[in-house]
Each structure stands twice: as structure tokens, then as C-alpha cells.
Design a protein around this ligand. Structure first.
Ligand SMILES: [Fe+2]
Length: 197
């Protein structure tokens, strides 16, 4: 007999083939950092830009256009019965120098979130998603050591790579480990809201 897995949490990992656009995104991130347009919400010794609309910059608009199929594919897994459209509600850049990290957080007031990795040096920190089932996590049984599988895991860790795009539900808690590289880790995050027509 095989146990069924109920109430799953879908995340989608893909390699975004955006060519020279990646270098343009990096340039924009650095320009925004130099302007010191930062936001204090989740940063820990790193730079997080203010939240923009993706159409605020030609480069970010182009980037989102390259990812439409990927986003559609992810949202289609939810099999919404009514006609719907999705919108990017906000987008921001993160530059994490050596020793910076991002504490555990969720993204509120949106349905899905994404992170695109512009530059990921070796040892610059993994992203760790935590099991959102707090009821389960507080039971003693789940404090044991397990051979990892989808039924017993408290967290799921991904080693980012350049050009990787990760889509996940906005309620899913996540954090980023400390950057132990001498180079900056640079990423672009955005939130998605689905509107039923
Ligand atoms: Fe986040």
C-alpha cells in the first residue's frame, strides 16, 4: 500500500534563459543600490530596494515578459475554474554582500511570489523554505530525525544558481542563509496577485 500525499505545496524551479538581459538587470540593481533607494523590511546587512512596478523600468518589463509562460504554467496547477488574470503587484532587487542574510518571512497581500537569481557566487547562501504546517511542526514526533521525504520534512533547501527562477505560494515561510562568499548575491523578487474576472 502507498500513502497518499495531501495538501501539497507546489513550488516551481526553472532556468530562465534571458541572455544579455541578466547583465542589464545586474546593472540596474547596482544603480538602485548606489541611489540608496532601500527598504528596511527583511534586510539583514543587505540591500533591498524599494518596491517598484515591473513597468517602471524597460529591463524589468522585458524580464517579466520572458517569464509569462513560466508563471502561467505554475498558476495553472491550481486549476482555477473561473477566468482569471494575474498581475505583478511589486518587484524589488536584493544585493547581499558577505555575511548578510534574510530572516524567515512570508510575503503578504499577494498570492504567489518569485525570486530570480541574477548572480549567485559559490557559498553565497541557500534559500530555505519552511513547512507552513505549524500544527504539525509543534508535535513532538516531528522533532525526531528522519530520512527526508515529503511527509516528514520541516524544511526544504535549494542551492540557487545564476538564472534560476523559483515560484512559490506567498504564504510559504522562507529565509536565506548567510552569504559566505566575498562576492555579492544579487536577486530580483516579485509578487503576483490573481484576479478572478
Ligand atoms: Fe522573500
Amino acid at each position: 500500500m502507498i500513502a497518499k500525499s495531501l495538501f501539497q505545496t507546489p513550488i516551481q524551479i526553472s532556468q530562465a534563459k534571458i541572455g544579455l538581459l541578466n547583465a542589464e538587470l545586474k546593472k540596474l540593481a547596482i544603480i538602485l543600490k548606489e541611489k540608496n533607494n532601500h527598504n528596511e523590511i527583511t534586510k539583514s546587512n543587505g540591500f533591498q530596494s524599494v518596491i517598484y512596478k515591473h513597468k517602471d523600468f524597460l529591463i524589468t518589463n522585458q524580464f517579466i515578459n520572458t517569464q509569462i509562460n513560466s508563471i502561467n504554467n505554475y498558476i495553472s496547477q491550481y486549476q482555477l475554474r473561473k477566468n482569471h488574470e494575474w498581475n505583478i503587484t511589486g518587484l524589488w532587487f536584493n544585493i547581499n554582500p558577505k555575511y548578510s542574510l534574510n530572516n524567515l518571512h512570508t510575503h503578504c497581500e499577494c498570492d504567489f511570489s518569485a525570486v530570480y537569481y541574477i548572480q549567485v557566487p559559490k557559498n553565497s547562501g541557500n534559500i530555505i523554505f519552511e513547512n507552513p504546517n505549524a500544527v504539525m511542526l509543534h508535535q513532538g514526533f516531528y522533532q525526531n530525525e528522519f530520512n527526508y521525504n515529503e511527509f516528514n520534512s520541516n524544511s526544504y533547501e535549494i542551492q540557487p544558481q545564476d538564472n534560476m527562477l523559483i515560484l512559490f505560494p506567498s504564504y510559504l515561510p522562507h529565509r536565506v542563509e548567510q552569504n559566505l562568499s566575498d562576492k555579492d548575491r544579487i536577486s530580483l523578487s516579485f509578487n503576483i496577485k490573481v484576479d478572478i474576472k
